[in-house]
Write a new protein. Structure first.
Length: 266
């Protein structure tokens, strides 16, 4: 029973039927209720803001591999606001990094239970499952991530699904996932490299070169450059081979790919 209903019952019980008196009390009750609701709304928003701040700090420490402080910050966030799903996602990532699989899975599931449409949590849980060899379960999580039309980085989830498919030698689906990722984000290096490598390994060198064209326009890493060197050599394109080799030596002189180039091990 809310405050207004309680006041009306009291008026009826004591037979207070003066309209002006009733109006004064009802208005007073409404004002008190509004103030109470506004305060409650403010408290909820304030708790969420504080929880988000601690969650953001936890993410920074996690990226720095300071897992102890990250764990503390994510835990504080869940205590401030137990309904803040991303904090449990953060806990899942920390426990996963620490090899505490039971706690990792528990927190990932808690995050998804609170926010079923949170693509970040689905993607991270999928990555955890894939790293533990639970391939089919991981693919389901990646596909759940991309179902959300508001997900900012669906290409990442599709690429993760492709990489995980490769782990069980499912080349057909892996290729389809990488192609989907590149349709969404043509410059996505990881998807371009993985798809081109599949094509290269089946001797479809021309397709591999085409796949890498867009990615090579945006600061390619050593893996992309090394694969491009090998593709150019097989195609007999000496100019491209020399150009990519020069860039690999200049940009990434200490990389494993540069060492392979130096050794002539193509």
């Amino acid at each position: 029973m809310n405050l207004i209903q309680l006041l009306i019952r009291q008026f009826i019980a004591f037979k207070l039927f003066d309209r002006q008196l009733i109006l004064v009390f009802l208005v007073s009750g409404i004002l008190v209720a509004c103030v109470s609701q506004q305060q409650q709304s403010y408290d909820i928003e304030n708790a969420r803001a504080r929880a988000r701040a601690h969650n953001d700090l936890g993410s920074v420490y996690f990226q720095q591999r300071n897992f102890e402080v990250a764990l503390e910050e994510f835990t504080i966030a869940t205590k401030i606001d137990p309904t803040f799903g991303l904090a449990y996602n953060g806990l899942g990532m920390v426990h996963s990094a620490l090899g505490q699989d039971d706690l990792a899975e528990k927190n990932f599931k808690q995050s998804i239970q609170i926010e079923p449409n949170n693509s970040e949590s689905h993607n991270n849980f999928g990555s955890f499952l894939c790293s533990r060899g639970r391939i089919d379960e991981s693919i389901k999580e990646f596909m759940a991530a991309v179902k959300n039309p508001l997900y900012a980085t669906p290409a990442m989830a599709y690429t993760n699904a492709g990489i995980c498919s490769l782990r069980k030698q499912d080349m057909r689906n892996a290729e389809a996932y990488f192609q989907r990722a590149l349709q969404i984000e043509p410059l996505f290096h990881s998807a371009a490299y993985q798809l081109a490598l599949i094509q290269f390994n089946r001797n479809d060198v021309t397709s591999a070169k085409t796949t890498l064209q867009n990615a090579m326009l945006s600061r390619p890493g050593p893996e992309l450059l090394w694969l491009s060197v090998r593709i150019a050599r097989l195609l007999g394109d000496r100019d491209d081979e020399s150009s990519y080799a020069l860039e690999l030596r200049r940009q990434y002189p200490d990389s494993e790919q540069a060492k392979l180039l130096q050794s002539g091990n193509y």
